[in-house]
Every structure is written in structure tokens, then in C-alpha cells.
Design a protein around this ligand. Sequence first.
Ligand code: NAD
Length: 462
Amino acid sequence: MSSTTTPPVKDIITEDHHWDPVIEELAFPKDLDNLYLQTVLTMLEAAEMLELPHRIKIILAQPKNEIMVHFPVMMDDGHHKLFKGYRVQHNNALGPYKGGIRFHPDVHLDDVKSLALLMTMKCSLARLPLGGGKGGINCNPRELSTGELMRLTRRFTAAIANDIGPDYDIPAPDMGTNAQVMAWMSDTYQSLTGGRGNNDANRVVTGKPIEIGGSLGREKATGQGVVDVCVEMLPEIGIAIKGMKVSILGFGNVGSWAGRIFYELGAKIVTVMDHTGAIRNDEGIDCDALAEYVEENGGVAGFEKSDHVTGSGQHTALGATPISTEEFYKTEVDLFVPAALEQMIKEPEAELLSCKVVAEAANAPCTPRGDRVLANKGVEVIPAILANAGGVTVSYFEWVQNKSDHYWDAEKVDQELNKHMVMAARRTKLARQRFGCDLRTAAYIAALDRIGRVYAVRGIWP
Ligand code: NAD
């Protein structure tokens, strides 16, 4: 098929241009701001370059299953509130569905579908024997008490218990969820389905606390993976890790670990922004102290150059100065790391950015229009399916350790993670060389190549 039928996704700017036949055939609504359409178009662009057969394109353009549940939860004041939850199972050609569970007020079906598709690509690119899934509940976990959060998690797990399983679909944490939520999910699933001594049901989720089978290194895995990929790729484009200037958007699990590890390697984290505000220190922010501060205060706002003392008694002399959102984006750095929500880097933010490389620690942080602005400015974008694959990779290690009941030390986890991340980065670079495309398209090509080969030998039943 000629590559002229689908222009690069980032060049699609009007709704009346010539669409990929798959988009027409599956009657997708042509809303260019829709995250699912954006994700599918990116996948189709790469599929076309790879000359993937039409039958595989249509399979991958829609998830296999979209599960939506409504369930009541008793709130602390005794009244019942109805919640809506999702589990989307995108593709399991390579292995069981795998993907996080998000608790956030902006969880909607199309976003969950996009994140599930990204998981399929991520697992394939990292050569994990897993497929792609994603789930979530439309809620604000910050407004829930611990008891409410537990009852919400247990009712949701019960609602989807027949649709998940240790060898079928294995959830993990994502935004708004953590190891404790995974412990409640595992316990609920085992209570509903586990027979006597059926500890194996514990494998139904990863990202569990260490006490119940979690892996060492899982908590920092996504941030560590971001750093591993940058260490592999940045020196080749003339950026030395030691001394490079970094800006981080989002300082939760992924952003704070990426920041702490870059800081350990001698990089200077000069600006950080989260939902509470933005801060700057040209000498470099002490990310260990900032992480402790965020843990205590809920956000980066207020981490100022002062005599502030954190819980461990450490002075935050290397605090920072509050800055505006505009200054945050405009500050000149080598590397910009979006680690917050999807679609935060649209055209205006991309116009403001002054960096050489963007490493997408978050999922789909750059819109296609944002991407186009960055490309015109010569900014290299390391795509999410490569940059943040470290989380699912260590989740896979956890699942393997649970299966064998043999546990690895932290050093082995780090070494194995590094191997996977470096190989995924090299696959991406090779695809870029072979197809002469940008890194995002190259990463999708490297991922789709494996899925295409699997379908080629398995065929499509019957
Ligand atoms: P988190 O909830 O721990 O942190 C999210 C961060 O984003 C917080 O610092 C929050 O303040 C910030 N944020 C939220 N809204 C914001 C706004 N409007 N402006 C600025 N900052 C805002 O979540 P996380 O687990 O670190 O996940 C971050 C991203 O990484 C998500 O896209 C997630 O899907 C992706 N991801 C996470 C993992 C993982 O293992 N946790 C793995 C792969 C991808």
C-alpha cells in the first residue's frame, strides 16, 4: 500500500483530509482532539510503513473487549454512591492482557482504550509475553477516606472478577492507585475465586507490596526505565547525562523517581511543576528532599529556598523559587520530561518549550499538533511506549517471580530492567534507520513487527 494514503499523524490538521481506509471502514468519529483517534492514527501510520496486512490493522484498531461496570459503594456517612469502572482488553496475541488501573475524575472510555492500545505496543516493543489492557474508575481518590477507597477497590474488583485472572488479565497500579490498592484487589480476587491454599491467584495483579509477593524495584521501575533509555540515547545526540539540565512535569511516582535517579547521576533538575505549582532552581533541585517534601505536603508548591526542614531532618537549602506555568515551559533545558497527564503538551505548550529532547514518561503527553511544533523546532521526542516501558517490565518480573516462587534481589531486577530498556531503545533506533522516520513511528514499527509476525504464524481462527 502506498504511504501517500495516510499523511503523518502530526500533519493531519483538518477533519476533511483523506483518511486511512481503516478509519473509514470502522466508522471512527473524526474528532482530532480525541485521544483514541490520535493513538490509532499513530499506529496505522507505522502499520502502513511496515506494510502490515489489512486484517491485522483492523484487529488492532479496536480493543477485543470493552468492559464497563457500575457498582454502589457505601461512603463514610452511610449513603451509597454509584461509581463507573472500566476494563479494556486491547489485544492478547502475545500473552495475557496487562495494564494499570487508574482512579481519576477524568477516566473515560476512549482514554482507557488509548492506554490499553499503548500497553499492547509497549509490551511488544519490550518483548514481554504480554498483551495490552487498561482500566479505571471515574472518581477523585484525593476526596476519599482510606475506608472508602478500600470499599471502592473491593467492589470494583468484584465487578470485574470474572474478566481478570492470573493467566488472563493482570492489572497493576497507575495514576491514583498504588501497592495498597493492589493488595486489596488481590485479596478480594483471592477471596472470591481462590480455593484452599490457592496462593497462585495472587498473581492476578502486580505492583503489590513486597510482603505479599511484590517485586523489589517495582516502585521506581518506570522512572528507572526513563533514565535507562535516556542514558542509552542522549549521549548519541550530544547530551551528556552529567550536568544536563532537566525539567520535569509531574512529580508523582514516575516523575519523582526519574528526577531522583537523574539527580544521582549528576543531572541538574532546574524546574518541576505539578498540580500545585511550579518551581525553579538553576543550581539544580535536590530531588530527594523534594520527594520527601511532596510526600509530606502533597505537592511541590512551597518548596522554597528557606530553612524548611523535612521529616528526616534534612534542610531544603537547595529549595527553589516559585515560577509561573509559562516560565516553567519556557525555561531552557536539555531534556523535558512530561510525567503527569495525557495531552498536556498541545501546540501552545510545545511553542513555549525550549529543550533538545522530550522523554515521554507519561502516556501520550504530546498531542499530534504539539508533536508537529516540536518536530519543526528540531526537538527529538522519545515516545511513551519506549520511555515508560520500565513499569510493565518490572511488573512482568514480579509475575515471573510469583509463578516460580523464587525472588530476585534488587540488583538482578535493575540489571534485567536495563537489558530490556536498552534493547527496546536499540530496536527503535534500528527501525528509524531502516524506515527513515521519527522515533515515535519507529517505536510503533518495532512493536508492530513482532505482533505482525505472531499473527502471520498463528493465523486468524477459524
Ligand atoms: P501519580 O499520580 O503518582 O503522579 C501524577 C503527577 O502528575 C503528580 O505529581 C500530579 O501532581 C501531576 N499532575 C496531575 N495533574 C496535573 C496538572 N494539571 N498539571 C501539572 N501536574 C499535574 O502518577 P504516576 O504513576 O507518576 O503516572 C504519571 C504518568 O505516567 C501517567 O501518564 C501514567 O499513565 C504514566 N505511567 C505510570 C506508570 C507507573 O508505573 N506508575 C507506568 C507507565 C506509565
